[in-house]
Design a protein around this ligand. Structure first.
Ligand SMILES: [Fe+2]
Length: 399
């Protein structure tokens, strides 16, 4: 790979990005705000809603209060609960047919990142009347989506905030992204009550997904003062609230903090992008179906260590801003304090150090794909070679 081309593309895109308006969704936050949904829909003249969710949430009954509220207000709805983790082209196509057959005019996505990404995919393919596969890449939607309310039931993916939908091509065992400012939901409704029942492991892994968004965007070459403020805001909340949310899932205040952290980390990376943690995690998700948050969480300390010599000032700055260390300490000591606190947090919430599934024979292919994904796409502070990527993957393989 030619590194000067990477630098040129990243440099040009940094300035092109500044010309593109990326909206943020209207933020509705706090307990009992599901009641706002019918009013929001009516205010926008919507009368027939496509509800995106999954079977697990249906069984848990998490969706019931929303359906009752819609019934009470006489708003028609159609529930599409066929969404599986890592939504595929086929599932999105089923959703598009269901939306169109029922002549829906708005979308409410209630679920984790996969549900919200799938709903974005349905909205985009309905709007463009095309398969989601043909909308892969940058700025292929360019048309206003149906009115879209995102209600996350996990705290981490940031999908409720961002301009991205990650879609799986199951035949090729690959993921692709649809990226367009039109994909940003109109409303992000963050109700901590919906995340109370989240199992500990998912709380931990999705929380570290948000932390990864915040850190990768903070050290990105596309970071701005504003995106760093968003990222710092998210990190402050995650370091203080994630252990509490993990230890006591019914801690509403901690759950609320984690939802806000996910939102602000999403606001940071929707503009400043992500890096190698995600590039590698996407391959592990596509090949082994390792949950996205877990893949990020295992890889994060290794990639932070890899990038350290290029962003030691940023790690040091974060350590001071997050109150981990005195500002009089030397930069290397401060940077080490930041890395140490990340590792401590991972240990506190029992993130494993290895992937059981990762087979050494697959590592060359995974590394090739990860480096290809990041090349010219992610404004990483330090370029990684395939050999370096393979070395990291060997470190996290249990086999
Ligand atoms: Fe992520």
């Amino acid at each position: 790979m030619i590194s000067w081309l990477h630098h040129l593309v990243i440099y040009v895109r940094k300035y092109v990005n500044k010309l593109i308006h990326i909206p943020l969704p209207a933020l509705v936050t706090g307990s009992n705000h599901l009641e706002d949904v019918p009013e929001l829909l009516q205010r926008h003249g919507k009368s027939c809603v496509f509800i995106a969710t999954d079977k697990g949430l249906m069984q848990l009954g998490l969706i019931k209060p929303l359906l009752h509220l819609l019934e009470e207000k006489g708003i028609k709805f159609y529930v599409f609960d066929g969404i599986t983790p890592d939504p595929t082209i086929e599932v999105i196509e089923q959703g598009r047919c269901y939306f169109t057959e029922n002549q829906c005019d708005a979308i409410v996505a209630l679920g984790g990142g996969s549900v919200i990404d799938c709903a974005k995919g349905v909205a985009a393919s309905v709007t463009k009347n095309k398969s989601i596969a043909s909308l892969a890449g940058l700025f292929r939607v360019r048309k206003r989506l149906p009115y879209f309310i995102a209600i996350p039931t996990t705290a981490g993916t940031g999908s409720e905030t961002t301009l991205v939908a990650v879609v799986t091509n199951s035949q090729q065992q690959q993921k692709f992204t649809v990226i367009d400012p039109c994909l940003v939901p109109a409303v992000a409704l963050l109700d901590p009550a919906l995340t109370i029942g989240l199992p500990r492991q998912i709380t931990a892994e999705t929380g570290i997904d948000a932390l990864t968004h915040a850190i990768e965007s903070y050290i990105s070459k596309h970071a701005t003062t504003l995106t760093r403020q968003y990222g710092l805001n998210a990190m402050q909340r995650i370091f203080s609230a994630l252990p509490s949310a993990y230890d006591d899932g019914s801690n509403v205040a901690a759950r609320n903090e984690m939802l806000l952290a996910s939102y602000y980390a999403g606001a940071a990376f929707t503009r400043a992008s992500i890096g190698y943690v995600h590039a590698m995690a996407h391959q592990l998700g596509a090949i082994y179906h390792i949950p996205h948050g877990r893949a990020n969480a295992v890889l994060l300390p290794h990639i932070l260590e890899f990038s350290k010599n290029k962003v030691i000032d940023k790690y040091a700055e974060l350590a001071v801003l997050l109150g981990f260390i005195d500002k009089e300490e030397s930069q290397p000591v401060q940077a080490q304090a930041f890395l140490g606190r990340v590792k401590t947090l991972l240990e506190q919430i029992n993130i494993p150090q290895y992937f059981e599934q990762l087979q050494p024979r697959d590592i060359p292919n995974i590394a090739t794909r990860a480096i290809k994904e990041a090349y010219c796409e992610y404004p990483v502070p330090k370029m990684m070679s395939e050999a370096q990527c393979q070395a990291i993957l060997h470190k996290v393989s249990k086999v």
